[in-house]
Design a binder for this molecule. Structure first.
Ligand code: 5AD
Length: 351
């Protein structure tokens, strides 16, 4: 059953597809079929979440990183990166600003910064939860031991983001230095789930050496792991990395994958990412129309936003968070959507 229309029906009704079916759908260039996929995905998102879009305030708390991922602008060997680390009081201030604007989830994202020691981050999480007991805290701070994940969970962290980047171990090795292994990452993801976190994973679209077959592997991994959140975005080169001359991933393919993921995982929280919005002028809107239901406005202080550069030309409105959210509200209203003032937890059973 390789007819893409039949695959779309199967995805909508049974939320599965075989590798061959997914590959045929991914290679299909027929605009009518691709539009049918988009419509089904948007309808599924609306069935699960209505016309509500959840916001997550992103706080990029440190761009120090001990890792040397070949694609990433904050890799340790990038000597041109201007490094910074927010102190707890600055992080709390970002949360207070976000809270005023109606945000009820704060995402603390940083490189694997050893100086931001594990206890300190636990204290920050506890402080945020104390000041904002009605908010969720999401951490995105890389690979850690089960003990550290547990300490952060006990401090009050609700969710954790750790993209698998690619589900193919050979491909993983082409994107990372030898000390980083896909198996370790998958183990971390499993540990996070076992501890009771809502877990997000995901991958880059069009990363160097990626084949369409790898994307099928990514989709099958997602289906099997069944994460609560899935973040995907196009690869975008950063000039000071070994992949600086590589081509960016395709925004169109990213949108198509968003739709497929929405149908595979109907309850997942799926953001229209900054990377997608960097490649497309109306990327947030297009992401929502393709089945995404989350947007992550940047709450980091203005003076550090230019420094958290995972890739070149990262888009940020340049405006204050308040202005950015007002604009977002308008853009979403044009499409018939509203911003929800709520934590926006996973609607299914958390396991
Ligand atoms: N282009 C796009 N996404 C990137 N990320 C890191 N570097 C890049 C890049 N050059 C993504 C990775 C990581 C997330 C925080 O950002 O997928 O998990």
């Amino acid at each position: 059953m390789l007819n893409p229309i039949e695959t779309i029906d199967k995805l909508s009704q049974e939320h599965t597809a075989t590798g061959a079916e997914l590959l045929a759908l991914l290679t299909c260039e027929d605009p009518f079929i691709n539009e049918a996929l988009r419509q089904k995905a948007q309808a599924q998102a609306q069935k699960t979440f209505g016309n509500k879009i959840y916001l997550r305030g992103l706080i990029e708390f440190s761009n120090f990183c001990k890792n040397d991922c070949l694609y990433c602008g904050i890799r340790r060997s990038n000597k041109n990166a201007s490094r910074y680390r927010l102190i707890p009081a600055e992080i709390l201030e970002c949360c207070a600003t976000g809270y005023e604007l109606g945000l009820r989830t704060f995402v603390l994202q940083g490189g694997e910064d050893f100086a931001y020691d594990d206890k300190r981050l636990a204290e920050v999480v506890a402080l945020i939860k104390k000041q904002h007991p009605d908010c969720a805290v999401t951490l995105s701070a890389g690979e850690r031991s089960p003990e550290v994940y547990q300490m952060w969970f006990e401090a009050g962290a609700d969710r954790y983001l750790l993209r698998h980047e690619t589900a193919n171990s050979n491909h993983y090795e082409k994107l990372h230095p030898a000390e980083l292994k896909l198996a370790t990452r998958l183990e971390c993801l499993q540990n996070l789930k076992s501890l009771g976190y809502q877990v997000g994973t995901g991958f880059m679209v069009g990363s160097p050496f990626q084949k369409l077959e790898n994307l099928v592997e990514d989709l099958h991994f997602l289906k099997k792991f069944n994460p609560h959140m899935v973040g995907i975005g196009p690869f975008i080169p950063h000039k000071d990395t070994p992949f600086g001359e590589c081509e960016a991933g395709s925004a169109k393919l990213t949108l198509k994958l968003l739709s497929i993921i929405r149908l595979l995982l109907p309850q997942a929280l799926i953001p229209a990412t900054t990377a997608l919005n960097t490649l497309l002028s109306n990327g947030h809107q297009q992401g929502i129309l393709a089945g995404a239901n989350v947007i992550m406005p940047n709450l980091s202080p203005q003076n550090v936003r230019d420094k958290y550069n995972l890739y070149d030309n990262k888009k940020h409105s340049g405006s204050e968070a308040a202005e950015g959210i007002a604009l977002l509200r308008k853009q979403l209203a044009e499409l018939g959507y509203e911003i929800a003032i709520s934590r926006g937890d996973y609607p299914g059973v958390i396991r």
